[in-house]
Each structure stands twice: as C-alpha cells, then as structure tokens.
Unconditional design. Structure first.
Length: 283
C-alpha cells in the first residue's frame, strides 16, 4: 500500500519563475493560455489533495513547454507526494538541467533525495541551494537538520551556525529560536542558551504561568550544567508556546516547517508524516 505525503503549496514553483523568456510561448498565443490553465489546474489539484489530477495537469505543462523548469519541478514534487521516488528524481534532474541556478529546484531535489534514503546527495543539493540563495531559509533549516544528523565532529556547531543565519534574517522566528536553544543545550553553551531563552520570552505575547515555569526549568537545568535535561525540556517549552498566538500565527515559522518532515505543513497537530529527531516543528 502506498501512502501519500502531505504537500504544502509553498513548495510548488511558480510558472516562469526559473525559465528563460525565449522558452515560453507568446503570451497572446493559444498555447500560452493552455499552459497557464494546465498549470493552475495542477496547483489547485495539489492544494485539494488530488495528486492524480495534479500529475496529469503538470504532465500536460511539460508536454506543451518541455523547456519550462517549473513544470518539471512541480511534476516531480507530485511524484514525491505519491511516493514515486524514481520518477520524482528523473523529473527534478530535468528541472535542474533547465534551471541550474534555481535554489528552489535544488531544495526540492534535496527533499526527493532525502526520501530516497540518500542524505549525502540531499545535503549536496542543499549546500548548492544556499550558495545560490544565501537567504533561502527553508534550505538553511533543512540543511541544519541533515548536517546535525551526520553526527560527525563539528556537525552540531555547523547546524547552530546555519540556524543563526536564519535568525539574522528573521530574528523573531520561534521555530528557529527553539532549535537554537536545543542546539545550545547539546553544545553545552550556557551563554547562548540564556540569550535564546530571553529572546523566546520576549517574543511571546504574554508570560503565562506555564510558560514562566518551562522557561525557568530550562534556565535552571542550564545553569546547573544539566544540559541533557535542558534538551529534553525543549519539547515541553514548545508545547506551551503553541498556545501563544505569536507561535500559531508565525508564517515565517510555518515556511521553515514545510520542509521539516516529509511535507509537514503545520508545526503541531498537522497531518504530515513522522518528523525526524531534532526537529522543533513536531508537536
């Protein structure tokens, strides 16, 4: 039995976003109108969870404009949703050949390789993605996860540096702040843990008693050198934060969590697949 993955629309590539104008039909032509209609049928079907209809629509786009990378990338993304991993890889390879400078296509390629069980290839795509788009926050977040999972010397430090790059762009992103706190505990870095907990407290709408308690427990664990306990307390802090409007309404955090697990589109209570260890998007 094949299980479909939930598909966040944010991962779909916009028609024409990575194509050369010379490769597209004239906007006044019937072909162009058919391409646009097929493309948006695919987007609507994907958003409605109709992966079969979405696949047919994006396939039609690739037939009408075979040099349009968005059609191939989104056709591949639907294949990934349907767990058709080899077809997804082939379509993303085509998209990369057509748009080698697209960081977004590199990101989607990484998602495909991760699901194929090829973390090294996924990491390579992500490094290329952040090279092409240094402020590609989804790629930075996923790269931080995969780098940490390598378990090599210095991997947690590199993951921490990648999270800091996200926070340099979005200082109040609560998912990134929680991840920073978790990594600080793992690295036994009390100063960073203190600073990050202060930032989380300042970001909250109100310091409820449960939130005060969780922040206090984390601070105590860090100050007494019990960093193992501090790391285990992060999910409890997250649970309390999920009750905060600032967390629930954080669209920036949602964007990061679109890549946290296999197409998990919300941070908590969502209908995604299991989320891997070390992910502060899980509930």
């Amino acid at each position: 039995m094949r299980f479909a993955l939930h598909l966040p629309a944010a991962l779909l590539l916009v028609l024409g976003a990575a194509a050369c104008e010379r490769d597209l039909p004239d906007p006044s032509s019937p072909t162009y109108q058919e391409v646009v209609a097929a493309f948006y049928r695919g987007v609507a079907a994907a958003q409605a969870g109709e992966s079969g209809l979405a696949a047919a629509a994006f396939q039609r786009v690739t037939e009408l404009v075979p040099r349009e990378p968005a059609g191939w990338a989104d056709f591949g993304l639907i294949a990934l949703q349907r767990r058709e991993l080899e077809q997804a890889a082939e379509r993303l390879e085509e998209a990369r050949m057509l748009a080698p400078e697209s960081g977004h296509i590199q990101l989607v390629s990484a998602l495909v390789e991760r699901e194929r069980g090829r973390p090294d290839a996924a990491t390579e795509h992500l490094r290329r993605a952040v090279e092409l788009d240094p402020q590609g926050l989804q790629a930075l977040y996923l790269l931080a996860q995969l780098v940490e999972q390598e378990g090599r010397s210095g991997s947690a430090t590199e993951a921490h540096q990648l999270i800091d790059r996200i926070l340099a762009v979005q200082p109040g992103n609560l998912v990134a702040l929680l991840e920073r706190a978790r990594l600080a505990a793992k690295l036994r870095d009390i100063e960073t843990l203190r600073q990050t907990l202060d930032r989380i407290g300042a970001r909250a709408d109100s310091l409820s008693l449960p939130l005060i308690a969780e922040l206090g427990a984390l601070r105590t664990a860090g100050e007494t050198g019990d960093f193992g306990r501090a790391a285990t307390l992060i999910p409890f802090l997250q649970t309390v934060l999920q009750l905060q409007p600032a967390y629930r309404d954080d669209e920036d955090a949602d964007a990061l969590c679109a890549t946290a697990g296999p197409f998990r589109s919300v941070r908590a209570g969502g209908h995604g697949s299991q989320v891997r260890g070390g992910d502060t998007c899980s509930g």
